[in-house]
Design a protein around this ligand. Structure first.
Ligand code: ZN
Length: 239
């Protein structure tokens, strides 16, 4: 090799080395893997919801389960409304819900649950929330899942009392006419109870908002459902 060729080969080698260095992860790439919300920088949580401001009792934070400040603010508002309503009816809202934690799953729907935007798992005491749980229906389904939690924690007394009060067909799991909102609740007593729970809480959390679904009957008695659920909570508080 003459001097010119050697110089060119060295130049080529340097270029290749530079190119390879560009492929190594830089500080920027490592930062991108850090959760949006870290334990050190969680936004303020109201004292009623978080004792000593501790968000970790309600949420799961992992590289997959990350939260935005807006989502946490919405959860804070929902938990505050639910706990306040339960307390007003003579129940201990915080105790009824505590132990359950929210998992944030990216994507429109919850994986493995076609068309569902929020799912509760009582064995793991976890509520999985997809993007749509925050974006749709003013958070109705987040409250709906908390309704399932209250039902579970009261040994299904919430559902039993509600349906006895409105006169549902318990044997056939058929919700009383006028007392269900979304189609799955027509023939599933627990679904109807969770919807009624969400509707009652919505009156506080998002006043004036009226959730209407594709198959909500025109005869659905929104005020009647709220009143029946309020009476149910009172009755469950004083067995
Ligand atoms: Zn449900």
């Amino acid at each position: 090799m003459n001097k010119l060729t050697t110089g060119f080969v060295s130049f080529l080698a340097l270029g290749l080395l530079w190119g390879a260095l560009q492929l190594l992860p830089g500080p920027q790439d490592v930062l991108a893997l850090t959760p949006t919300v870290s334990e050190a920088a969680l936004p303020v949580c109201s004292p009623q919801v978080c004792l000593e401001g501790d968000w970790q009792q309600w949420i799961i934070v992992t590289p997959e389960s990350t939260w935005t400040d807006e989502e946490l603010a919405m959860l804070d508002g929902i938990l505050t409304a639910v706990i306040t309503s339960l307390n007003q009816q003579g129940l201990d809202g915080r105790t009824l819900l505590s132990g359950y934690r929210f998992r944030r799953q990216p994507g429109e729907y919850v994986t493995g649950h076609q068309g569902r935007i929020a799912v509760v798992n009582h064995d793991w005491q976890e509520i999985t929330l997809s993007d749509a749980a925050f974006k749709r229906l003013h958070g109705f389904y987040i409250i709906h899942e908390l309704g399932h939690v209250v039902d579970q924690r009261t040994n299904r007394q919430l559902s039993a009392t509600f349906h006895a009060h409105i006169g549902s067909d318990l044997q056939n799991q058929a919700t009383a006419t006028g007392f269900w909102l979304n189609l799955p609740a027509e023939n599933d007593l627990e679904e109807a109870t969770a919807d009624a729970f969400a509707l009652l809480i919505m009156a506080d959390y998002s006043p004036g908002y009226r959730p209407v679904f594709a198959f909500t009957p025109v005869t659905s008695d929104f005020e009647g459902i709220k009143a029946a659920l309020a009476i149910t909570l009172e009755a469950v508080a004083q067995p």
